[in-house]
Design a protein around this ligand. Sequence first.
Ligand SMILES: Cc1cc2nc3c(=O)[nH]c(=O)nc-3n(C[C@H](O)[C@H](O)[C@H](O)COP(=O)(O)O)c2cc1C
Length: 400
Amino acid sequence: MQTNVSIAEGVYLIGVNDRRTALFENIWPIPYGVSYNSYLIRDDKCALLDTVEFGSEGAYLDRIEEILGERELDYLVVNHMEPDHSGEIGTVLKRYPSVKLIGNAMTRKILLGYTGDLGDRFMEVKDGDSLSLGKHTLHFYMTPWVHWPETMMTYESTEKILFSADAFGTFGATDGAMTDALTDLAEYREEMRRYYSNIVGKYGGMVQKALAKLSSLDVKTLCSLHGPVWSRQAGEVIGLYDKWSRCEADEEAVIIYASMYNNTAHMANHIADRMAERGVTGVKVYDVSKTHLSYLISEIWRCRYVMLGSCAYNADMFPLMELLCNSMLHYGLKNRELAIFGSCSFGGGGVRSLRKFAEASGWELMCEPVEVTGTATPANLAKFEPLADAVAERIKAGRK
Ligand SMILES: Cc1cc2nc3c(=O)[nH]c(=O)nc-3n(C[C@H](O)[C@H](O)[C@H](O)COP(=O)(O)O)c2cc1C
């Protein structure tokens, strides 16, 4: 059983680590696990903020009781209805029959499908509403579509804590370091970007709206539903979410290729070598068949310069490259610069489809695509010189 952590006077984190689930949302790998965070405020009135993933009920109730003792739970604030946080609402309702659920009109609608109509056990709040618990006061802010329509955030003004739902969350269990007094953002940065891009990335515009709405609040502590509590580094975490939701990238380059028989792979290696030769360091190369989509999306979120290569496959690009490209269109990521290459044997298809992706994404082509019929002979590899020159020049100019 994990330990309850006091994060301010009367405010507790009840975090549950999950290292058993292989795929978050049954799609995104979580090799370092994930935490589901719930928070409890003990005051004249006691309020729980969100619950945890279904299946943690025994330990979860014990941990609430460890803080409340014989006292009743007065409120359960539902900032986010996604099942990894709402999974134990039913358990809490059963154990505390007089608890009132707090949410917005959309929360009520979504709840209907899970708990049925709660009647006057549901207390609807609107943007800017407040609720005093005694020493602590909760203020409710509607932040729809970060990343579900009912998402709201709750600000506690005495301790200046923002309970931010999934915003500012990260993959990675907390491993005994549940606040940034005991860990560092550096430990989580990669997993946080992967979480942001995979889960929230499609809703960058709504993240920007939420950040603007909350910008006047004095936030000392960020309590997200996933990962550590951020106080010392709260500003940096907000800065990262701001950057990623503006589609801002580092001046870095990534090469991702799809290859059945290594011809396109040879070309990808050749481009990386030519980059190094021209003084462009730090280029990362990935095989789309080997590295999970989750990491590729996160890498593209990191890098301004993206080079995509695909063999021709049934008059199209390779299916896994198509999945990556379709995913990027789904997320609507902007502000990337693109180079395209690939190999074919007869009518082509890979580069042709990648060109269509360039048009659909709006990513600027840095140079003419290179398509090679057959293998990476010296004569064929020589065709990559203009591509290498153009891309290297861009990156070096960007890094100045
Ligand atoms: C299932 C399959 C479908 C293919 N479809 C096409 C095609 O539509 N057009 C084409 O020019 N070549 C096609 N090819 C040939 C490959 O694209 C070609 O051999 C290419 O050089 C392979 O590159 P790679 O070594 O990077 O996998 C196909 C090959 C396979 C195995």
